[in-house]
Design a protein around this ligand. Structure first.
Ligand code: NAD
Ligand code: LMR
Length: 327
């Protein structure tokens, strides 16, 4: 058995945390040969609840679980961390817009970025789930100048999975037959789920659906799914979000399949005219624990407009957090 990988989960006592931790302990985050040590970070008021979850993790008798520790101090929780899952944040509630969250959450991610900078392992990989995820990732990254910027990523895999599900239902094909789907931009209602490069049975997906369905049903359904879940459940998505976090890290560590790619929000290098430095979703391939933005895709006028709108929102969010002194 190899040395345990240290995985720190923030917001461990929250609803995503509850759905996530047991799957990490069972080996689904990193693979069935990799033991994990879990560091749970919570605010002091929620430490007791995290202790309860830790008791349940122990009762799961997971062969791969090498230990669980609970912290209310970020510096300690991120000491030696290999995989950091930044989930803890204030969830959006009914009627609240994402912009309102910037100020509320900004203060959480700078100290956590600093703690990662101070103590993380050299190979640290960071996934930000807590909303507004892309800009929270930017805040954490800015506070961690000694960690390579590309290690800070944000989650659009839930949007990617939602798009796979909608298309699979529309065409009556299993999700496994859909390849090269892309979410571009922000994890918000401006995101752009792109079917013009996606393939089903080797043919372009956009050509297999009506244009009106693509534009008036598919895109808004995927982009507003988070709000629809809040409306229906009275709370934001949790198990599907945890599942997507597992997928994001598993793919980052273990690689994308030949002839396919996934969606990850990563620091832009300017590819596809996306403003450099913002953390925006792209099509990426992964191999050997590293990801690369897929290059050379042709972007038509419709897609260009959609990508630009979401990028403009991210640039605005960056300006807002700059104004608040958070980056
Ligand atoms: P939740 O309220 O159930 O849990 C959040 C937890 O974070 C709480 O236990 C809280 O005590 C903790 N927390 C708050 N501040 C913290 C800090 N500074 N350090 C450590 N822990 C802290 O919320 P949830 O449903 O688990 O959602 C968590 C976040 O994930 C929200 O921001 C939500 O909007 C977001 N989310 C993102 C996606 C995505 O696709 N990117 C999907 C669903 C939800
Ligand atoms: C989701 O996509 O389900 C969440 O990001 C919604 C939210 O705002 O918490």
């Amino acid at each position: 058995m190899s040395t345990p990988v240290t995985v720190t989960v923030t917001g461990a006592a929250g609803q995503i945390g509850y759905a996530l931790l047991f799957r990490i302990a069972s080996g689904q985050l990193l693979g069935s040969d990799t033991p994990v040590k879990l560091n749970l970070l919570e605010i002091p008021q929620a430490v007791k609840a995290a202790e309860g979850t830790a008791m349940e993790l122990s009762d799961g008798a997971f062969p791969l679980l090498a230990g669980v520790e609970i912290f209310d101090d970020a510096t300690k929780a991120f000491d030696g961390v290999n995989v950091a899952l930044l989930v803890g944040a204030r969830p959006r509630t009914k009627g609240m817009e994402r912009g309102d969250l910037l100020e509320a959450n900004g203060g959480i991610f700078a100290p956590q970025g600093k703690a990662i900078n101070a103590g993380a392992a050299d190979d640290v990989k960071v996934l930000v789930v807590g909303n507004p995820a892309n800009t929270n990732a930017l805040i954490a990254q800015s506070a961690a100048p000694d960690v390579p910027a590309e290690r800070f990523t944000a989650m659009t895999r839930l949007d990617h999975n939602r798009a796979l599900a909608q298309l699979s239902q529309k065409l009556g094909v299993p999700v496994s037959e859909i390849k090269k789907l892309t979410i571009w931009g922000n994890h918000s209602a401006t995101q752009y789920p792109d079917l013009f490069h996606a393939e089903v049975g080797g043919k372009i997906a956009a050509e297999q659906v009506e244009e009106s369905w693509l534009k008036d049903t598919f895109i808004p359904t995927v982009a507003k799914r988070g709000a629809a879940i809040i409306e229906a459940r009275g709370a934001s998505s949790a198990a599907s979000a945890a599942s997507a976090a597992i997928d994001h890290v598993y793919t980052w560590v273990n690689g994308t399949a030949e002839g396919d790619w996934t969606s990850m929000a990563v620091p832009s290098d300017g590819s596809y005219g996306v403003a450099e430095g913002i953390i925006s979703s792209f099509p990426v391939t992964t191999k050997g624990g590293k990801y690369e933005i897929v290059q050379g895709l042709e972007i038509d006028a419709f897609s260009r407009e959609k990508i630009d709108a979401s990028v403009a929102e991210l640039v605005e969010e960056r300006e807002a957090v700059k104004g608040l002194g958070l980056i």
